[in-house]
Design a protein around this ligand. Structure first.
Ligand SMILES: Cc1ncc(C[n+]2csc(CCOP(=O)(O)OP(=O)(O)O)c2C)c(N)n1
Length: 527
């Protein structure tokens, strides 16, 4: 049924209870590509990264007990980012749960509230087989429900388990679900509201389907909407949001906002918009997320059709839109130039400076790479110096966890040949260092590790400096660990950089796409 539903990549974790499932996947030959990963937390994030690279459902197959619970962080991330992550867990037969038998815990519902369990039965009768077929179909179809999300199939397996006597895979019924989409989903009154707005804006949060560039480009070029995208939106213009840091000004306050996509990094912009008087129309499938506190209408439909309709129907060359766009672009360019000028001329490396050096190196390179940002300062520093809409930019922004950034990047790199650049803080790196524990670690992986010996984000939280617990107990400081040994253990190329010139020298060796191993530059930061 996995084959019938088009699943090809499966991340497999070691274990005896799931061994028969892994055996079957392996026996299916080239119909599956299996990726062995030992740490289930990391494995589930690797699968998540693969969903992004392949734009398909990707499964992670784990054994019973706590192995399943290890998948929860990635499942939560997939839930908030609408990614089709399928967890297949092996289980003891139901009568043996809670009997102090080894490696058991209640697995039915273990991934709730992010997804419910399709709990199979050990098939003895035709009715059991009909039930399992129905449940598996439901699980595999549910990954596209509500804009997409994770699913869980729990498979009880009885002993004896290792008699590999079934000659071939059975023929199973596949159920199809059709989701017809309107080509013009907005009713005329909504289009009219936008057409009559004084300053209509399009705000795009994290958006990974990568299918909006043409429509957004048209809306922007024709000044139909003031386009304000995030760095993670996959469309150009995210630097305009930085300009709002200085231009949070009633002149730029939109009266109508069309909101698309997921999370926002720009805290200040978000807070500012909440205090304005705008009216928000959201396109999305979630249950009424009122991000800007002014939601008046939600439309459940794919964003692409909406934007195509608006590009076609909204009046062009809206004067207020054009004036605001020009002012924001000018301010954003000046700010960026000033920041880069400061950062690039400092001999010692700051966090912002290290990311600026990378941005500068990338500026003159072909755009044949993807960018993967760790949470905390990495993504915030990047949003100030990287430009959006040129290459895909990813970040675990669904729940902002620091535990799977590297694994998700490894998963992406497993599904897509080429250079994949990871920018990540030290806590996030060491937390997820098991991502590198991978026999097929892609050689195209390039990691810029921003090592400041603690969680730098806690240096910037107003008032926290007054707590004597901050550095050692909240920000996990006190000792600077080096990734050199980690790199050696996992056989990846390692360079350290303490100054701007050392970093620039190290970066020069990064661009060889035929390099035989992944590469890591560990930047020891001065701030
Ligand atoms: C799983 C998880 N645990 C804890 C946190 C809280 N948290 C947010 S940022 C941060 C520090 C991250 O440090 P680092 O990766 O070194 O980045 P830096 O702050 O130095 O940029 C922590 C612990 C989190 N986001 N996710």
């Amino acid at each position: 049924m996995l084959i019938a539903h088009g699943i090809h990549h499966v991340v497999v974790c070691p274990g005896s209870r799931n061994a028969t499932i892994v055996h079957n996947l392996h026996e299916a030959g080239e119909r599956f590509t299996l990726h062995p990963v030992t740490d289930e937390r990391s494995a589930a994030f690797v699968a998540l990264g693969l969903t992004l690279a392949t734009e398909q459902t990707v499964a992670v197959c784990v054994t019973s007990g706590s192995a399943l619970l290890g998948c929860i962080p990635a499942v939560a991330e997939a839930f908030y980012r609408h990614l089709p992550l399928l967890v297949i867990s092996a289980d003891r037969p139901a009568p043996w749960i809670e009997q102090l038998d080894g490696q058991t815990l209640p697995q039915n519902g273990a991934l709730q509230p992010y997804c419910s369990t399709h709990n199979l039965v050990i098939p003895h009768t035709d009715e059991d087989r009909w039930f399992n077929n129905r449940e598996i179909n439901a699980a595999l179809l549910s990954v596209a429900d509500g804009g997409g999300g994770p699913a869980h199939i729990n498979v009880p397996i009885a002993e004896p388990m290792f008699r590999f006597t079934t000659p071939e895979l059975p023929q199973e019924r596949k159920i199809t679900k059709l989701r017809p989409q309107a080509t013009r989903p907005f009713p005329p009154e909504v289009v009219n509201t936008l057409a009559k707005a004084k300053l209509p804006a399009l705000i795009i949060g994290q958006y990974e389907a990568g299918d909006l560039r043409t429509e957004v480009d048209a809306l922007n070029r024709n000044n139909q909407l003031l386009v304000l995208p995030e760095l993670l939106s996959d469309v150009g213009g995210s630097e305009r949001m930085n300009a709002f840091d200085t231009l949070c000004d009633p002149r730029f306050a939109p009266d109508i906002v069309l909101q698309i996509g997921g999370h926002f990094i720009h805290k200040r912009f978000k807070q500012w918009l909440r205090q304005t008087d705008c009216q928000v129309i959201r396109v999305g499938y979630e249950s009424l997320p009122d991000t800007f506190c002014h939601l008046t209408c939600q439309i459940e439909t794919p964003a692409k059709q909406v934007l195509a309709q608006l590009a076609d129907e909204l009046p062009k060359q809206h004067i207020a839109v054009r004036n605001a766009a020009e002012a924001l672009d000018a301010e954003a360019a000046a700010m960026r130039q000033k920041l880069l000028g400061q950062c690039l001329n400092e001999p010692m490396l700051t966090l912002q400076g290290a990311v600026a050096h990378l941005a500068e190196a990338l500026r003159t390179r072909p755009q044949n790479y993807t960018l993967h940002l760790g949470n905390s300062s990495a993504v915030r520093a990047a949003q100030q110096v990287m430009l959006s809409g040129n290459v895909p930019v990813f970040c675990n922004r669904g729940v902002n966890g620091i535990e799977g950034s590297l694994s998700a990047a490894v998963g992406y790199a497993l599904g897509m040949w080429g250079l994949h650049i990871v920018v990540i803080g030290d806590l996030s790196f060491f937390y997820d260092a098991n991502a590198l524990w991978n026999v097929e670690l892609p050689a195209g992986l390039r990691i810029l590790l921003l090592n400041n010996g603690h969680g730098a984000i806690f240096d910037h939280l107003p008032g926290l400096a007054d707590s004597p617990a901050r550095d050692a107990y909240i920000a996990a400081g006190g000792r600077v660990y080096s990734a050199k040994g980690v790199a050696q253990t996992f056989g990846i190329d390692y360079q350290a950089a303490h100054t701007s010139s050392e970093l620039n020298d190290a970066l020069q060796g990064w661009w060889n796409e035929d390099a035989e191993t992944a590469q890591l530059i560990e930047v020891f930061l001065a701030d």
